[in-house]
Design a protein around this ligand. Structure first.
Ligand code: ADP
Ligand code: MG
Length: 682
C-alpha cells in the first residue's frame, strides 16, 4: 500500500531519470508530489464545432481524421505533419511541427479531441501543434488543466499524470492540520477535497473553495508558529532595567531628535524595564535616523552596567557606525571598540580581552562578533542593523552569547503592513515615520535611453562641482546565457572610462567580487578618490557617502520599486541637491506606471505598498531575504482578509492548547514550516 512517504518512483511513468528531475523540484515522495501546486491553470473547456471556431480563440473540437496524416521535411530541422479532421460542420487543417510521431499516432477514421489556438480566414480553419486526446479522454482537453512550474526532463503532461496518480494513491491519507472546529467556524473544505481541486478543478467555484482553504491553512500555520515563538519568549524573564536619563545624550547631539525617534526610544526603554527580554524591530525609511535610536539603546545598556553589541552586515557599514558613534559615546564616558574580519590579530586580542574584562562596554562589528572565541562578560543588548541580511539563526547565535540579552533589530526596508505582520510576527515594531527636517529633495526623473548624452554631460558638470556619482546597471542577458553581472558592470565601467569619461576616475563593484576587494573600492569611493562608481545592485544598503549626489539607474524597469528606493537613498544624504535618474526604454504601461511612482513619492512605505501590489510578495525582496517560510499559495497582496481570520483562529487554538497536544497534525506542520525556513536562511 502506498503511503505519503512512498518514493515517487512508485508512480507509473516515473523512472530513475524523471525521479532525478523531480528531485530538483524538491519532489521525492508522494506527499511532495501532491503538495506541488500548479502555478496557473489553462482553461480548455471551450468546446466548439468547427464552423463556429473564431480566429484567435483557444478551443476544443471533436473531429475525425479524414485521411492518413502526411509527413514532410521542409528543410533540415523542420518536419511537418499535416492532416485534416472533420465534424458535421466543417473541416479543420491541423499541422504539427517537429512531432513526426504524430503521423503514426493519429489514425484516419478515428475521432480525437483537438485543443489549440484557432487560425481562421474565410472558411478555412486551422490549428498548429494542438493538444490531442483520444475521443472521450478528459485528461488534457475539455477541462481546466493545471500548469506546473517545471524543470528540464519533466513535461506538463508527465507532471499532471504523476500528480493524478499520486492523488489517487494517497489523498485520503493526508492528515488535516486544521482543527475541526476551525474548519467549521471558517467554513473551510476538507484537505483531500482541497488537494484534489487545487490540481484538477472542475470550474472556478471549486477552485476558489480549494484555494481559500489552502491559503487559510498556510497563513494559519505561519501565524501559529509565530504565536508560539512569541509566547515562548514572553515566558522568559529577566531583571528589569532602570530607566536611563538621556538628557546628557541628547545634549551631545548636534541636532534634536525627531518625534518619531523619541517615540522609538521610549518604546525601547519600556521594553527594557518590562522584566522580559526585548524583541523589537525599528523600522524606518532610509535616512530616518535609526542609528541614533540604536545609540540611545546602547547607552541604556551601559548605564545599567551591561555590555552591548551592534552588528552590521558588512565591514564598511560596521566601520561607518563605529566612526559615527564612538566619538559620541566616548564623550559620555563609554568605552567603544570595533571588531570585524579586517581587525588585525593584535587589535583583536585586545578587543577580546577588553570584552572579557568588561572594560569595553560597546562593541561594533560584523559577523566577527559572533565567532566562537568572543566571550562577553555581561552582554545585555544586541542591536542588528539592516536586519534582512541576518538570518534568524545568526541573531540567535549572538543572543546565545549572553544571558538572554535584549534584542533590537533595525530595518531600512520599509515594508507594507501585511508583510510586516507575517515576517515580523514575533517582534514588536516601532516605526520611524518621519525624516529629520531640512532634508534635500531628490529630483527624480524617468527618461528613455536616448537621454544618455545629456546625462553624461550632467554628470560631468556635477563632478566638476566636486560631487560623485553612482551608476547602476542591471545584469544584461546576452544570447540567453546566464547573465554575468561581472561582465555587465565591468564592461560598462570600461566603456564609460575609455569612451565617455577619460578625464575622470571610474571604478566598478559587483556581487562576485571578494568582499575585501569590494570594500576597498567602496572605501576609496567614500574617500572621494573615485568620481563615478559603476555597480550592480550591490551598492551597500546603508552606505553613507554624503558627497554623492547623482544616482543613475540603467534599465530601471528591471528593478523592484523598493530596490530603486534603496538605491535612491544613497544620494541626498549631505547638504547638496541630489538627483536620481531612472533610464528605461520599456514603454509598457506597467513599467511606466512603476517608474512614475518613483518620480512622485519619496515615501518608502507608499512605494513598498505599490511594489507589493504590482509584483506580488514573491519578488518583493528579490531572493528569500526575509526569512519567511515560503508561501506556496497565499498572495499577501490580496489575501489580507484571510490573514486576519487565520491569525485570530491560530491564537484561539493556541490559547486553549498552548502545546498543541490535542492537535498533532497541526503541531507537526508548524514545526516543519519553521524548520524549512530556518534552513533556507543558513
Ligand atoms: P538610517 O535610518 O538610514 O540608518 P542614519 O541613522 O544613517 O539613517 O541617519 C542619516 C543621517 O541623518 C545621519 O547623517 C544622521 O546623523 C542624521 N540624523 C539622524 N537623526 C537626525 C535628526 N534628528 N536631525 C537631523 N539629522 C539627523
Ligand atoms: Mg542605517
Amino acid at each position: 500500500m502506498p503511503e505519503l512517504t512512498t518514493d515517487v518512483r512508485y508512480v507509473k511513468g516515473i523512472g530513475e531519470q524523471r525521479a532525478k528531475a523531480l528531485e530538483k523540484l524538491g519532489i521525492r515522495t508522494l506527499k511532495d508530489l501532491i503538495s506541488y501546486f500548479p502555478r496557473a491553470y489553462d482553461d480548455r473547456r471551450n468546446r466548439r464545432e468547427i464552423a463556429d471556431l473564431a480566429d484567435g480563440e483557444s478551443a476544443c473540437v471533436e473531429a475525425m481524421v479524414s485521411f492518413p496524416p502526411t509527413l514532410s521535411r521542409i528543410r533540415r530541422g523542420l518536419e511537418l505533419v499535416k492532416l485534416q479532421a472533420t465534424d458535421d460542420t466543417g473541416a479543420l487543417d491541423v499541422v504539427f511541427f517537429n512531432q513526426a510521431y504524430m503521423r503514426d499516432s493519429l489514425q484516419a477514421g478515428k475521432t480525437y479531441t483537438f485543443f489549440g489556438k484557432v487560425q481562421a480566414s474565410g472558411r478555412k480553419r486551422s490549428m498548429a501543434n494542438p493538444i490531442v486526446e483520444r475521443e472521450g479522454g478528459r485528461m488534457q482537453t475539455g477541462r481546466i488543466v493545471p500548469v506546473y512550474p517545471l524543470t528540464a526532463g519533466v513535461t506538463q503532461f508527465t507532471m499532471m499524470n504523476a500528480v493524478r496518480q499520486g492523488l489517487d494513491a494517497c489523498q485520503k491519507l493526508l492528515p488535516d492540520p486544521l482543527p475541526d472546529e476551525v474548519r467549521r467556524e471558517h467554513e473551510l473544505c476538507g484537505i483531500d477535497y482541497a488537494y484534489q481541486r487545487i490540481h484538477f478543478p472542475e470550474g472556478e467555484e471549486d477552485l476558489a473553495i480549494a484555494r481559500r482553504r489552502m491559503v487559510f491553512e498556510e497563513l494559519f500555520l505561519l501565524a501559529a508558529g509565530q504565536y508560539r515563538l512569541r509566547s515562548r519568549r514572553s515566558g522568559q524573564s529577566c531583571t528589569p532595567w532602570r530607566e536611563t536619563d538621556l538628557t546628557e545624550f541628547t545634549a551631545a547631539l548636534p541636532f534634536s531628535l525627531t518625534a518619531a525617534q523619541e517615540r522609538a526610544i521610549r518604546d525601547i526603554q519600556g521594553d527594557l524595564a518590562s522584566g522580559r527580554p526585548m524583541n523589537r524591530l525599528v523600522q524606518g525609511d532610509v535616512g530616518s535616523g535609526k542609528t541614533m535610536v540604536a545609540a540611545a539603546a546602547l547607552l541604556c545598556a551601559v548605564r545599567n552596567g551591561k555590555q552591548a553589541a551592534l552588528m552590521a552586515p558588512t565591514e564598511i557599514l560596521a566601520e561607518q557606525h563605529h566612526k559615527g558613534l564612538s566619538p559620541l559615546l566616548e564623550k559620555l564616558g563609554v568605552r567603544c571598540a570595533l571588531l570585524t574580519g579586517a581587525t588585525g590579530a593584535r587589535a583583536r586580542r585586545e578587543v577580546l580581552a577588553g570584552l572579557e574584562s568588561r572594560e569595553i562596554q560597546v562593541v561594533i562589528g560584523t559577523h566577527a562578533l559572533i565567532s566562537g572565541d568572543v566571550v562577553y562578560r555581561a552582554l545585555g543588548l544586541v542591536v542588528t542593523d539592516e536586519q534582512h541580511r541576518f538570518g534568524v539563526a545568526q541573531r540567535a547565535a549572538l543572543a546565545g552569547k549572553g544571558d538572554r540579552p535584549h534584542l533590537l533589530v533595525m530595518s531600512a526596508t520599509p515594508i507594507p503592513r501585511t508583510l510586516a505582520l507575517m515576517i515580523y510576527g514575533d517582534l514588536d515594531v516601532s516605526v520611524i515615520n518621519e525624516l529629520p527636517p531640512g532634508r534635500q529633495e531628490i529630483d527624480t526623473f524617468a527618461v528613455p535611453g536616448s537621454y544618455h548624452q545629456r546625462i553624461y554631460r550632467f554628470i560631468d558638470k556635477e563632478v566638476a562641482a566636486g560631487r560623485q556619482v553612482y551608476m547602476i546597471c542591471s545584469m544584461v542577458e546576452e544570447n540567453d546565457q546566464i547573465p554575468d553581472e561581472r561582465k555587465a558592470a565591468a564592461a560598462y565601467a570600461k566603456m564609460l572610462q575609455e569612451q565617455v569619461f577619460p578625464h575622470l576616475t571610474v571604478a566598478c563593484v559587483h556581487g562576485r567580487m571578494k568582499s575585501k576587494e569590494k570594500e576597498r573600492v567602496m572605501a576609496s569611493f567614500a574617500a572621494g578618490q573615485i568620481h563615478i562608481l559603476v555597480s550592480t545592485t550591490v551598492v551597500e544598503v546603508g552606505v553613507d557617502v554624503p558627497n554623492a549626489t547623482v544616482m543613475v539607474v540603467e534599465d530601471a524597469d528591471r528593478f523592484g520599486l523598493s530596490q530603486l528606493h534603496q538605491l535612491r537613498g544613497r544620494v541626498g544624504r549631505g547638504r547638496y541637491k541630489s538627483y536620481c535618474i531612472l533610464i528605461s526604454d520599456n514603454r509598457s504601461e506597467e513599467a511606466r506606471a512603476r517608474l512614475k511612482v518613483m518620480t512622485r513619492t519619496r515615501d518608502g512605505f507608499k512605494i513598498a505598498e505599490e511594489d507589493l501590489r504590482l509584483r506580488g510578495p514573491g519578488d518583493f525582496f528579490g531572493h528569500r531575504q526575509h526569512g519567511l517560510p515560503a508561501l506556496k499559495v497565499a498572495d499577501l497582496s490580496c489575501d489580507m482578509e484571510l490573514l486576519y481570520e487565520a491569525k485570530s483562529a491560530a491564537a484561539k487554538v493556541l490559547e486553549r492548547d498552548p502545546e498543541l497536544s490535542g492537535e498533532p497534525a497541526m503541531a507537526a506542520r508548524v514545526e516543519e514550516m519553521f524548520r524549512a525556513s530556518e534552513d533556507a536562511m543558513n
